[in-house]
Design a protein around this ligand. Sequence first.
Ligand SMILES: Nc1ncnc2c1ncn2[C@@H]1O[C@H](COP(=O)(O)OP(=O)(O)OP(=O)(O)O)[C@@H](O)[C@H]1O
Length: 376
Amino acid sequence: MSAPTIEAVQAELVKVIDPEIRRPITELKMVRSVEVEPDGQVVVGVDLTTAGCPLKDTITKDVTDVVGAMEGVSDVRVDMGVMTEEQRKELRSMLRGGMGEPEIPFSKPDSLTRIYAVTSGKGGVGKSSVTANLAAAMAADGLKVGVVDADIYGFSIPRMLGVELPPTKVDDMIMPPVAKDVKVISIGMFTQDGRPVVWRGPMLHRALQQFLSDVFWGDLDVLLLDLPPGTGDIAISVAQMLPNSEILVVTTPQVAAAEVAQRAGIVAEQTNQRVVGVVENMSWLDQPDGTRVELFGSGGGEQVSAELAKGLGYEVPLLAQVPIEQVLREASDTGTPLVLREEDTPAKQALQSLARSLSHRARGLSGRSLGISPVG
Ligand SMILES: Nc1ncnc2c1ncn2[C@@H]1O[C@H](COP(=O)(O)OP(=O)(O)OP(=O)(O)O)[C@@H](O)[C@H]1O
């Protein structure tokens, strides 16, 4: 059997996708050279974006598998190198679509990415659990999803989605790690040893701006933001930077929690954002004997939805009620959100249908240019 041509090997390498940037390594100009010996031995030279690229092994394996499967190939060797400064600059410029200066792609009027900022009145109501499950469910349904974990007090998204690698950098561009098919960036990835962040408003604003402009998100269908609880500075920064973002309010059924959640939602009136709906989490606990215990009382979700509708002047639906389930907590703790687990539980169903209703919604027009110009 004759050895393949260099062109044939190059064409086959289109199948090797960079796990972070998610484009073929050929398109990213990472393939430096291809050599083919008459006896079928192939040497592929690959240049990584950085010397310590954590995905080196994955790329080596993928190249070996793809080329090794070609007819006439007897052996594959991958010769790893590193891109030059000039090559990295070129790559960065290509990823930014030829534009030099960083800008927030989602804030452009023609952006088609739906943005949901997940907020709550107080901590511990399950805001991060809802965000992580929504992201995983939407990605499993084939959407391109990104998550910004901006919860400075409890950056738990990476753990819940099982993120294993840190972000990498191509010059000043940040490549977000991908877990469960979701691109994730968290404030916890930029703090020392996961220590709590003691930042004031302007620093948070700057961090958020960096997450949105310096991170390479690619084309996203949905961007989810896990905000810190309450009505803090970051909610205002989000509204300024992403005027087309919509708010999802998470509460528990408890009246006290509902009252503070309302306040978090009503901020939308001042920031001109739309509240897309309310999620009531920890609604009840189903007992093995079939009885239901309402551990945190009842009616909080309905209350927030009714009060926000009254205050904002439009319908704010209660989109889901998610029961308390041990498996939901365990799933988050082990890095595989409940929606990706095999067992079918009421909480999983509630989260999955919430994800579908949010991904199939028509996009709101708030903050978007309608492209209307005066006549005559
Ligand atoms: N429906 C549920 N059933 C069982 N456990 C839950 C449920 N929702 C959340 N939890 C658990 O409750 C804890 C708090 O949840 P989570 O971290 O999502 O809250 P949070 O509102 O994001 O809190 P913070 O803002 O402080 O980060 C976690 O251990 C999570 O696994």
